[in-house]
Design a protein around this ligand. Structure first.
Ligand SMILES: [Zn+2]
Length: 271
């Protein structure tokens, strides 16, 4: 028998990926298990995005600054949130860069499944929508905050960022969520050890004028930094939980229950 040509192989691979993608999306839509526990546990949204704000890589010690135009967020006609379709779902188109291998693509699709099964967010393969997320293997893991209004990159560097919790972390940024340890009320829950924060990264620890709306501070949020993030000396703590310093922080397994509830409240998934 003739060996299949390279082109045929590629086409088959593509077909397989498309099929898998459809399957995954289909499966996840079949399980509407939205966790809405009323309004007592609600969300926080940054009431503004500072001018010249950057977005951050959080894993390891690499920071990827990315200038983002904040002005569009102040516009009355433009929202930083993704909009809801008539079917009540918030559809967010995406494309996945072809540099990722099948395993990595599946990891990305899998990370999106939790959003599908637990919230009204639906990541849908892009057809020709103007606003969409492009997963690309750039240098580091980073994302813009909220919806930009055009193509926006979620960078997941290969061999480091293509992991369940990190992917969800970056997608939460794209949905409009900031880092947990920068909440306006964080000083009641964590102590920032400024003396050990690398000078260049000080801005990563600055408090935000967040609207917390009685949301509990969540040490287990996938949006919380780890305790030695951006330390000037190896192993020194930049963030210490208070009053109990032994509380675990900085998990990157996946979204916490509160992370999920915040999405549902912010995007009014239960209405
Ligand atoms: Zn982040």
């Amino acid at each position: 028998a003739l060996a299949p040509s390279k082109q045929q192989e590629t086409m088959e691979l593509r077909a397989m990926i498309s099929l898998l993608l459809l399957l995954l999306l289909g499966l996840s839509m079949a399980h509407p298990d939205i966790s809405c526990f009323g309004l007592t546990l609600s969300w926080y949204l940054f009431s503004f995005i500072p001018l010249g704000s950057t977005d951050f890589l959080i894993e390891g010690d690499v920071l990827i600054p990315r200038t983002r135009s904040a002005m569009r967020c102040f516009s009355k006609t433009f929202s930083c949130l993704w909009s809801k379709s008539a079917n009540g779902k918030v559809e967010i188109p995406f494309i996945i860069n072809s540099k990722y291998d099948t395993h990595e693509k599946n990891e990305i699709l899998n990370a999106m499944k939790d959003f599908h099964s637990k919230t009204c967010i639906r990541f849908v393969p892009r057809v020709k929508q103007r606003m969409y997320i492009s997963f690309e293997p750039r240098y580091g893991c980073f994302s813009s905050l909220g919806r930009l209004g055009d193509k926006q990159v979620v960078s997941l560097q290969r061999f480091g960022c293509v992991r369940h919790g990190i992917i969800q972390h970056e997608l939460l940024h794209a949905l409009g969520f900031y880092h947990e340890h920068t909440r306006s009320d964080r000083d009641q829950y964590v102590r920032i050890n400024w003396e050990y924060v690398k000078q260049y990264y000080v801005h990563n620890f600055q408090k935000k004028d967040s609207n917390n709306l009685n949301t509990p501070y969540d040490y287990s949020s996938v949006m919380h930094y780890g305790r030695t993030a951006f330390a000037s000396q190896f192993g020194k703590e930049t963030i210490t939980p208070i009053p109990d310093p032994s509380v675990p922080i900085g998990q990157r397994q996946g979204m916490s229950d509160i992370d999920i509830r915040r999405i549902n409240t912010l995007y009014k998934c239960c209405k």
